[in-house]
Design a protein around this ligand. Structure first.
Ligand code: IMP
Ligand code: MG
Length: 177
């Protein structure tokens, strides 16, 4: 681990305040409907833990699915499901929780896959969005922060599985040479 290779882009208090606001917004817009919150492993687990606690009065359950597309700092482009949901979402209101939307390929794949299962509704919340990197047109319903085309780690996001435990979003600086 080399946290010295990271400079803080979004600090912990700023993350906390934004996630609280997102939770309040989502809770208000879903009223009293039961909601299945689906986290995309592994990157979303920290954001999702804070987001569901920002909706203490919501009638919700938590599920997870796994997807992989990245190696190093570049997407491989090929998205695959590494772990499926264990609960049916048919006829249910679903909130898909992502860490970051970059090219949009992962989200487009997940949206298509989940819509085939006929949920009552499907909304998408992402902590971070890099709209300048889109390869497919897809817009999340809830965005924490828009960021430029930089590689970030921390608060669940990784570089080759490392740095997920940083309590802030850091800008990763690769070693020279
Ligand atoms: P997309 O399919 O290109 O939109 O990529 C989505 C996935 O790539 C995210 O869920 C992340 O797991 C990963 N990813 C994209 N950008 C970053 C980044 O800056 N840091 C860490 N992971 C990233
Ligand atoms: Mg991800």
């Amino acid at each position: 681990m080399h946290p010295e290779r990271c400079t803080v882009l979004i600090d912990a208090p700023t993350l906390a305040a934004r996630v609280q606001a997102l939770g309040a917004d989502i809770a208000r817009r879903t009223s009293n409907e039961p909601l299945i919150v689906v986290g995309v492993l592994k990157g979303s687990f920290v954001f999702m833990a804070d987001l569901v606690r920002a909706m203490p009065d919501a009638h919700l359950t938590c599920e997870f699915l796994g997807v992989s597309s990245y190696e190093g700092t570049q997407s491989t482009g090929a998205v695959s499901l590494t772990q499926d949901l264990r609960a049916s979402i048919e006829g249910k209101h679903v909130l898909l929780v992502e860490d970051i939307v970059d090219t949009g390929l992962t989200l487009a794949f997940l949206k298509k896959t989940l819509l085939l299962r006929r949920p009552a509704s499907l909304q998408i919340a992402t902590l971070l969005d890099k709209p300048s990197r889109r390869k497919v047109s897809i817009a999340p319903d809830y965005v924490g922060f828009e960021i430029p085309d930089v590689f970030v780690v921390g608060y669940g996001l990784d570089l080759d599985q490392a740095y997920r435990n940083l309590p802030y979003i850091g800008l990763y600086h690769p070693p020279a040479g």
